[in-house]
Ligand binder design. Structure first.
Ligand code: APR
Length: 234
């Protein structure tokens, strides 16, 4: 049980593992996405320049999988946590699905972008809601400026979103909880090292993450099993 006191400020970092029980594949697990697709072919600026249709096929497949998924008990536990903590909870996710929002979390920072948004690859027009799946027989959709419409995803080699807000929340938190992330992708993998010594550092997942030594407390198990009874609010 993790006691959260009235003065505590909690930073939650979620990864693909929290959506695994909703049926969305992780990246590096047994049936992980990176076992079936090469990152450099579907999730990088180089891939987009070389074959935007293949990139859209990959994200269309992910949109189909995510739109069929429902939040699990782990997502709902974090939504309830927000009801108790309000602005003392900062929820940062590496995930691009919208299951946190579907469960009721209202303030979610998607540092790697959002699957159900698209944007122009040329002008600075704002990302827009888009759940369309791509028809490989048709040309890649175009913006009015002539640019191509791309997924609003942070690809490898690009800068994640919201880093200033994330840094400020990390520097102000007293409890840091990472859930369902293998701890191999930066900058998220180094968040725990940034707060160690100043905040309680907790990991939730079924197996050791790569940065396991940085955590002072680990609760082994699936997010949907562990999270509903993990926190006590004082
Ligand atoms: N509950 C909690 N954790 C789980 C569960 C579960 N039911 N099932 C699997 N996990 C854990 C695995 O043990 C693993 O540590 O989830 C983690 C998933 O790791 P990855 O597949 O590497 O996903 P993630 O850490 O989120 O990847 C980070 O890499 O490819 C990029 O942009 C992509 O955001 C992603 C980033």
């Amino acid at each position: 049980m993790v006691a959260i006191g009235p003065a505590d400020r909690v930073f939650i970092l979620t990864g693909a593992g929290i959506s695994a029980e909703s049926g969305i594949p992780t990246f590096r697990g047994v049936n992980g996405l990176w076992r079936s697709y090469r990152i450099e072919e579907v999730a990088s600026p180089h891939a987009w320049r070389r074959d935007p249709r293949l990139v859209w096929e990959f994200y269309s497949m992910r949109r189909c999988a995510a739109s069929a998924a429902k939040p699990n008990r782990g997502h709902h536990a974090l939504a309830r946590m927000e009801e108790s903590l309000h602005d003392r909870l900062f929820l940062c996710t590496q995930n691009v699905d919208n299951l946190h929002e579907q469960a009721g979390s209202s303030r979610v920072v998607h540092m790697h972008g959002e699957l159900f948004k698209s944007r122009c690859d040329r002008c600075n027009s704002a990302p827009f809601e888009d759940s369309a799946t791509y028809d490989p027989q048709r040309a890649v959709p175009r913006c009015g400026c002539g640019g191509q419409i791309r997924p609003h995803i942070c690809w490898f080699g690009e800068v994640p979103y919201g880093l200033d807000r994330i840094a400020s929340a990390l520097d102000g938190c007293t409890v840091f909880v990472a859930i369902g992330t293998s701890g191999v992708v930066e900058p998220a993998a180094s968040f725990v090292a940034r707060v160690r010594g100043r905040a309680r550092t907790i990991y939730v997942g079924p197996e050791e993450p790569a940065n396991t030594l940085a955590f002072s407390e680990c609760h082994w198990g699936k997010a949907g099993d562990v999270l509903p009874n993990l926190f006590r609010f004082e």
